[in-house]
Design a protein around this ligand. Structure first.
Ligand SMILES: [Zn+2]
Length: 176
């Protein structure tokens, strides 16, 4: 990460770690995670980028503590934490991100759309963005968000293996 593009960099707050634990307990070493704000808005004004253990938010969205934000911001934060989980378990998130970009996956956010929950055989059939999006929506469902709460049992079914054993590498995406 080019440090000239980074203005601030900080570890997770205690409340942010609690938030992370509330979704996927001990799924990653959260003490290694750094939150930064950067100039990615030059390219993607509304997109965060997770480089291994560093999550860079566009300057306008950077928060001192994401756990104190509204649910949608917390869910966005959770989405990025899923990329940290993928990275810490050996999934090449940067390479896979480039592959998705080459395939046009980020155009109109196609890479993020996941199939009907009941049709997803297993979590590892999802690409890295779909995995992050599913957990982002699961978080919203768990917190009573009306858009997702009705599918909470299906999110639970799909995520059960991950919630039971977040260190199972077989749950990482099979495909880039
Ligand atoms: Zn993502």
């Amino acid at each position: 990460m080019n440090d000239q593009l980074i203005r601030r960099k900080r570890p997770l707050s205690l409340q942010e770690i609690t938030l992370a634990q509330s979704i996927i307990v001990n799924a990653a070493d959260w003490s290694k995670v750094l939150i930064a704000d950067g100039a990615w808005w030059l390219v993607y004004p509304h997109t965060a980028i997770t480089c291994n253990n560093t999550i860079v938010f566009p300057r306008n969205y950077y928060q001192q503590d994401f756990s104190q934000c509204n649910l949608d911001m917390q869910a966005w934060f959770v989405h990025e934490l899923v990329h940290v989980w993928q990275h810490q378990h050996g999934f090449p998130i940067l390479f896979a991100g480039v592959c998705l970009a080459i395939k046009g996956g980020y155009y109109r956010a196609r890479a993020y759309q996941y199939p009907d929950l009941s049709s997803i055989k297993s979590f590892d059939y999802l690409n890295m963005e779909q995995q992050a999006r599913v957990i982002q929506h699961y978080f919203l469902a768990k917190n009573g968000d009306r858009r997702y709460v009705k599918w909470l049992p299906q999110y639970r079914r799909l995520l059960k293996p991950l919630l039971q054993n977040p260190h199972n590498r077989h749950l990482l995406p099979r495909h880039y």
